[in-house]
Ligand binder design. Structure first.
Ligand code: ZN
Length: 186
């Protein structure tokens, strides 16, 4: 940040405001405190029968790798609606949210991921420009060598395994390590 988004001044300083616990960027002109908070990314694993739908990324980062539909939570939007909207935008599919499946932090990117399991309802539009392909995969055809991130791979492996038992769990932690809790029958 070079200029205050409140008054346009370039007099920005790092300091810890009174009764605050963190160092903030504070405007020397208008005294506005500029808070920085992690962004929330919502997405879903789209299921139909024994398959899941993945999108091939048409854009950077991780162009030409397969991933689940996910994107930034918008102002005024619920996390479930964001996951549904991202599914629609990136795959053209209307989905119904089933349940929460993974919550993990990517701390170096200042991101929190909230991932749901979702049921395919119907194809209602063409896939968006962020995807160059959308395909259904069974556990035997999942493109493990061409997935966008290790955390996606770990999650899809767990999903394949749990799907056979019908018992889904909730993962919480960071992208590489966490806890799996709340095992329950589907
Ligand atoms: Zn200012």
């Amino acid at each position: 940040m070079n200029y205050c988004s409140h008054c346009g001044s370039s007099q920005l300083h790092k300091k810890q405001p009174k009764e605050d616990t963190h160092t903030r960027i504070v405007c020397g002109q208008c005294a506005q405190v500029h808070y920085r908070n992690p962004t929330i990314i919502c997405g879903c694993i789209i299921e139909q029968d024994d398959k899941v739908a993945l999108c091939l990324r048409a854009i950077e980062p991780q162009k030409n790798t397969w991933t689940i539909p996910a994107g930034y939570l918008e102002f005024g939007e619920s996390t479930e609606l964001a996951a549904q909207r991202e599914a629609l935008e990136e795959t053209g599919m209307a989905v119904e949210i089933c349940e929460l499946y993974s919550v993990f932090n990517v701390q170096h990117m200042h991101q929190v991921y909230i991932i749901y399991r979702a049921q395919f309802v119907q194809k209602t539009q063409e896939m968006g420009s962020e995807s160059s392909a959308v395909k259904w995969f069974t556990e035997h055809t999942l493109p493990f060598e061409q997935l966008s991130y290790p955390a996606i791979k770990t999650m899809l492996l767990r999903h394949s395994k749990e799907r056979k038992t019908g018992c889904f769990s909730l993962y919480q932690g960071d992208a590489s390590a966490g806890r799996i809790t709340g095992l329950h029958p589907n």
